[in-house]
Ligand binder design. Structure first.
Ligand code: 6PG
Length: 265
Protein backbone atom coordinates (compact mmCIF):
# COMPACT_ATOMS: atom_id res chain seq x y z
CA UNK A 1 0.00 0.00 0.00
CA UNK A 2 1.66 3.28 -1.04
CA UNK A 3 1.71 5.92 1.62
CA UNK A 4 2.42 9.58 0.90
CA UNK A 5 4.46 11.64 3.28
CA UNK A 6 4.16 15.36 3.51
CA UNK A 7 7.44 17.19 3.60
CA UNK A 8 6.88 20.66 4.97
CA UNK A 9 9.71 23.03 4.13
CA UNK A 10 10.46 26.26 5.99
CA UNK A 11 13.16 28.11 4.07
CA UNK A 12 14.84 31.19 5.52
CA UNK A 13 17.47 33.55 4.15
CA UNK A 14 20.70 32.55 5.89
CA UNK A 15 22.44 30.93 8.89
CA UNK A 16 21.38 33.62 11.36
CA UNK A 17 17.76 33.37 10.25
CA UNK A 18 18.07 29.57 10.47
CA UNK A 19 19.09 29.74 14.13
CA UNK A 20 16.27 32.17 14.93
CA UNK A 21 13.68 30.05 13.09
CA UNK A 22 14.88 26.93 14.94
CA UNK A 23 14.66 28.71 18.31
CA UNK A 24 11.10 29.75 17.43
CA UNK A 25 10.23 26.14 16.54
CA UNK A 26 11.61 24.81 19.85
CA UNK A 27 9.63 27.39 21.84
CA UNK A 28 6.35 27.04 19.91
CA UNK A 29 6.34 23.25 20.16
CA UNK A 30 7.32 23.32 23.83
CA UNK A 31 4.57 25.84 24.64
CA UNK A 32 1.98 23.71 22.80
CA UNK A 33 3.14 20.51 24.53
CA UNK A 34 2.97 22.13 27.96
CA UNK A 35 -0.49 23.52 27.18
CA UNK A 36 -1.66 20.05 26.08
CA UNK A 37 0.24 17.75 28.43
CA UNK A 38 1.75 19.86 31.19
CA UNK A 39 5.32 19.23 30.01
CA UNK A 40 7.51 19.14 26.92
CA UNK A 41 9.94 16.31 26.15
CA UNK A 42 12.41 17.24 23.45
CA UNK A 43 15.21 15.20 21.86
CA UNK A 44 18.06 17.19 20.32
CA UNK A 45 20.93 16.43 17.98
CA UNK A 46 24.57 17.40 18.13
CA UNK A 47 26.87 18.51 15.37
CA UNK A 48 27.40 22.22 14.63
CA UNK A 49 24.10 23.45 13.15
CA UNK A 50 21.89 23.57 16.31
CA UNK A 51 24.52 25.34 18.42
CA UNK A 52 23.52 28.85 17.30
CA UNK A 53 19.85 28.12 18.05
CA UNK A 54 20.76 26.84 21.53
CA UNK A 55 22.67 30.08 22.17
CA UNK A 56 19.63 32.14 21.12
CA UNK A 57 17.35 30.12 23.42
CA UNK A 58 19.73 30.81 26.32
CA UNK A 59 20.08 34.56 25.62
CA UNK A 60 17.91 36.64 28.03
CA UNK A 61 18.04 39.52 25.53
CA UNK A 62 16.22 37.37 22.97
CA UNK A 63 12.43 36.75 23.05
CA UNK A 64 12.69 32.96 23.24
CA UNK A 65 14.45 32.72 26.61
CA UNK A 66 11.44 34.31 28.35
CA UNK A 67 8.92 32.23 26.41
CA UNK A 68 10.55 28.79 26.80
CA UNK A 69 8.72 26.86 29.57
CA UNK A 70 12.03 25.79 31.17
CA UNK A 71 10.46 24.37 34.36
CA UNK A 72 8.25 21.96 32.35
CA UNK A 73 10.93 20.93 29.86
CA UNK A 74 12.76 17.61 29.76
CA UNK A 75 15.76 17.36 27.46
CA UNK A 76 16.93 14.16 25.79
CA UNK A 77 19.53 13.43 23.12
CA UNK A 78 19.08 11.81 19.72
CA UNK A 79 22.68 10.61 19.68
CA UNK A 80 26.09 10.97 21.27
CA UNK A 81 29.71 10.35 20.47
CA UNK A 82 31.43 7.76 22.69
CA UNK A 83 33.56 10.29 24.56
CA UNK A 84 33.46 11.74 28.10
CA UNK A 85 30.98 14.63 28.71
CA UNK A 86 33.83 17.19 28.88
CA UNK A 87 35.42 16.03 25.62
CA UNK A 88 35.48 18.55 22.70
CA UNK A 89 33.50 16.09 20.52
CA UNK A 90 30.76 15.57 23.12
CA UNK A 91 27.27 16.63 21.98
CA UNK A 92 26.39 17.09 25.65
CA UNK A 93 29.34 19.45 26.15
CA UNK A 94 28.38 21.52 23.10
CA UNK A 95 24.82 21.89 24.44
CA UNK A 96 26.01 22.58 27.98
CA UNK A 97 28.31 25.43 26.90
CA UNK A 98 25.80 26.88 24.39
CA UNK A 99 22.69 26.59 26.54
CA UNK A 100 22.52 24.43 29.68
CA UNK A 101 24.99 26.55 31.67
CA UNK A 102 22.78 29.60 31.07
CA UNK A 103 19.18 28.40 31.55
CA UNK A 104 17.07 27.36 34.60
CA UNK A 105 17.04 23.60 33.98
CA UNK A 106 17.54 21.28 36.97
CA UNK A 107 19.82 18.21 36.58
CA UNK A 108 16.80 15.88 36.75
CA UNK A 109 15.40 17.58 33.63
CA UNK A 110 18.53 16.82 31.57
CA UNK A 111 18.88 13.26 30.28
CA UNK A 112 22.26 12.95 28.58
CA UNK A 113 23.66 9.81 26.95
CA UNK A 114 26.70 8.48 28.87
CA UNK A 115 29.28 8.63 26.12
CA UNK A 116 32.04 7.76 28.58
CA UNK A 117 30.75 4.22 29.16
CA UNK A 118 31.22 1.07 27.08
CA UNK A 119 28.93 1.77 24.10
CA UNK A 120 26.56 -1.18 24.59
CA UNK A 121 26.23 -0.38 28.30
CA UNK A 122 25.57 3.30 27.57
CA UNK A 123 22.89 2.33 25.03
CA UNK A 124 21.25 -0.09 27.49
CA UNK A 125 21.31 2.58 30.21
CA UNK A 126 19.63 5.05 27.90
CA UNK A 127 17.02 2.50 26.88
CA UNK A 128 16.06 1.92 30.52
CA UNK A 129 16.17 5.67 31.20
CA UNK A 130 13.63 6.15 28.37
CA UNK A 131 11.48 3.28 29.64
CA UNK A 132 11.35 4.88 33.09
CA UNK A 133 10.92 8.46 31.93
CA UNK A 134 8.04 7.51 29.60
CA UNK A 135 6.72 4.73 31.87
CA UNK A 136 6.83 2.33 28.93
CA UNK A 137 5.43 -1.21 29.02
CA UNK A 138 6.30 -4.08 26.74
CA UNK A 139 7.07 -2.99 23.18
CA UNK A 140 5.80 0.58 23.71
CA UNK A 141 7.88 3.36 22.13
CA UNK A 142 8.54 6.76 23.73
CA UNK A 143 6.73 9.65 22.04
CA UNK A 144 8.80 12.82 22.17
CA UNK A 145 6.96 16.09 21.68
CA UNK A 146 9.76 17.20 19.40
CA UNK A 147 12.73 15.52 17.76
CA UNK A 148 15.36 17.79 16.18
CA UNK A 149 17.62 16.18 13.60
CA UNK A 150 20.58 17.20 11.48
CA UNK A 151 21.92 15.64 8.30
CA UNK A 152 25.53 14.86 7.48
CA UNK A 153 27.06 15.31 4.00
CA UNK A 154 26.76 11.51 3.58
CA UNK A 155 23.02 11.50 4.28
CA UNK A 156 23.30 10.24 7.84
CA UNK A 157 21.07 11.56 10.62
CA UNK A 158 21.30 11.02 14.38
CA UNK A 159 24.11 8.42 14.38
CA UNK A 160 22.39 6.32 11.75
CA UNK A 161 25.28 6.17 9.26
CA UNK A 162 25.19 4.62 5.76
CA UNK A 163 25.31 0.81 5.71
CA UNK A 164 25.68 0.62 9.51
CA UNK A 165 24.06 -2.00 11.77
CA UNK A 166 21.73 0.42 13.58
CA UNK A 167 19.79 1.10 10.36
CA UNK A 168 18.08 -2.24 10.68
CA UNK A 169 17.31 -2.05 14.41
CA UNK A 170 13.55 -1.95 14.97
CA UNK A 171 13.13 -3.52 18.47
CA UNK A 172 15.50 -1.42 20.56
CA UNK A 173 15.03 2.21 21.54
CA UNK A 174 18.72 3.14 21.68
CA UNK A 175 21.74 1.24 20.38
CA UNK A 176 25.51 1.44 20.08
CA UNK A 177 26.51 1.86 16.43
CA UNK A 178 29.98 1.42 14.98
CA UNK A 179 30.81 3.96 12.26
CA UNK A 180 33.30 2.31 9.86
CA UNK A 181 34.67 5.41 8.14
CA UNK A 182 35.32 7.07 11.51
CA UNK A 183 36.31 3.82 13.23
CA UNK A 184 34.33 5.19 16.14
CA UNK A 185 31.33 4.16 18.20
CA UNK A 186 28.19 6.25 18.67
CA UNK A 187 25.03 5.87 20.72
CA UNK A 188 21.86 6.63 18.85
CA UNK A 189 18.09 6.49 19.07
CA UNK A 190 16.70 4.09 16.50
CA UNK A 191 14.55 5.22 13.56
CA UNK A 192 11.27 3.74 14.97
CA UNK A 193 11.72 5.92 18.08
CA UNK A 194 12.49 9.04 16.06
CA UNK A 195 9.47 8.38 13.82
CA UNK A 196 7.14 8.30 16.83
CA UNK A 197 8.00 11.93 17.58
CA UNK A 198 4.86 14.11 17.66
CA UNK A 199 6.88 16.61 15.64
CA UNK A 200 10.11 15.79 13.83
CA UNK A 201 12.23 18.41 12.10
CA UNK A 202 15.51 18.51 10.26
CA UNK A 203 17.60 21.62 10.82
CA UNK A 204 20.02 21.98 7.93
CA UNK A 205 22.09 24.82 6.55
CA UNK A 206 24.76 25.53 3.94
CA UNK A 207 25.24 24.99 0.21
CA UNK A 208 27.34 21.89 0.92
CA UNK A 209 24.13 20.11 1.97
CA UNK A 210 21.99 21.06 -1.08
CA UNK A 211 22.83 17.99 -3.18
CA UNK A 212 22.42 15.40 -0.40
CA UNK A 213 19.17 17.06 0.71
CA UNK A 214 17.81 16.76 -2.82
CA UNK A 215 18.88 13.12 -3.10
CA UNK A 216 17.29 12.25 0.26
CA UNK A 217 13.95 13.97 -0.26
CA UNK A 218 13.35 13.78 -4.01
CA UNK A 219 15.63 10.94 -5.18
CA UNK A 220 14.96 7.18 -5.33
CA UNK A 221 14.59 5.36 -2.03
CA UNK A 222 17.89 3.84 -0.85
CA UNK A 223 17.90 3.90 2.96
CA UNK A 224 21.19 1.97 3.20
CA UNK A 225 23.03 4.72 1.32
CA UNK A 226 20.80 7.57 2.59
CA UNK A 227 19.72 6.77 6.19
CA UNK A 228 17.87 10.10 6.49
CA UNK A 229 15.24 8.47 4.25
CA UNK A 230 14.35 6.23 7.23
CA UNK A 231 12.79 9.30 8.85
CA UNK A 232 9.09 9.09 8.03
CA UNK A 233 7.16 10.29 11.06
CA UNK A 234 4.06 8.32 12.03
CA UNK A 235 2.29 11.71 11.98
CA UNK A 236 2.74 11.75 8.20
CA UNK A 237 4.47 15.14 8.28
CA UNK A 238 8.21 15.81 8.30
CA UNK A 239 9.40 19.40 8.70
CA UNK A 240 12.59 20.74 7.12
CA UNK A 241 13.92 24.04 8.45
CA UNK A 242 16.49 25.13 5.92
CA UNK A 243 18.43 28.12 4.73
CA UNK A 244 18.19 29.16 1.08
CA UNK A 245 21.61 27.67 0.25
CA UNK A 246 20.76 24.17 1.47
CA UNK A 247 17.25 24.27 -0.07
CA UNK A 248 18.53 25.37 -3.50
CA UNK A 249 17.70 22.09 -5.31
CA UNK A 250 14.38 21.30 -3.59
CA UNK A 251 10.97 22.17 -5.07
CA UNK A 252 10.77 25.96 -4.63
CA UNK A 253 8.44 27.65 -2.16
CA UNK A 254 8.05 30.70 -4.35
CA UNK A 255 8.02 33.88 -2.21
CA UNK A 256 6.59 32.24 0.87
CA UNK A 257 8.78 30.90 3.66
CA UNK A 258 6.65 27.77 3.85
CA UNK A 259 6.09 25.07 1.27
CA UNK A 260 4.86 21.49 1.19
CA UNK A 261 5.59 18.67 -1.19
CA UNK A 262 4.53 15.07 -1.14
CA UNK A 263 6.90 12.17 -1.12
CA UNK A 264 5.32 9.15 -2.78
CA UNK A 265 6.51 5.78 -1.45
C1 6PG B 1 26.19 14.25 15.55
C2 6PG B 1 24.81 14.56 15.09
C3 6PG B 1 24.67 14.32 13.61
C4 6PG B 1 24.56 15.70 13.02
C5 6PG B 1 24.96 15.70 11.56
C6 6PG B 1 24.96 17.12 11.01
O1 6PG B 1 26.36 13.78 16.66
O2 6PG B 1 27.09 14.56 14.77
O3 6PG B 1 23.79 14.31 15.85
O4 6PG B 1 23.65 13.52 13.22
O5 6PG B 1 23.24 16.16 13.18
O6 6PG B 1 26.23 15.14 11.47
O7 6PG B 1 26.00 17.80 11.64
P1 6PG B 1 26.26 19.36 11.36
O8 6PG B 1 25.14 20.09 11.95
O9 6PG B 1 27.54 19.64 12.05
O10 6PG B 1 26.34 19.53 9.86
Amino acid sequence: MSQNHKIETIVVADTDALAARAAQQFVEVAEAAVAARGRARIAISGGSTPKAAFKLLADPAQPWFKRMPWSQLELFWVDERCVPPDHPDSNYRMTKEAMLDHVPLAPEQIHRMEGELVPEIAAAHYESLLRNAFRLEGAETPRFDLVQLGMGPDGHTASLFPHSAALHEIGRLAVANHVENKDAWRITLTSPVINQGAQVFFLIGGADKADILNQVFTGPRDTGRLPSQLIRPASGILTLILDKASAALLPANGESERGVFERKE
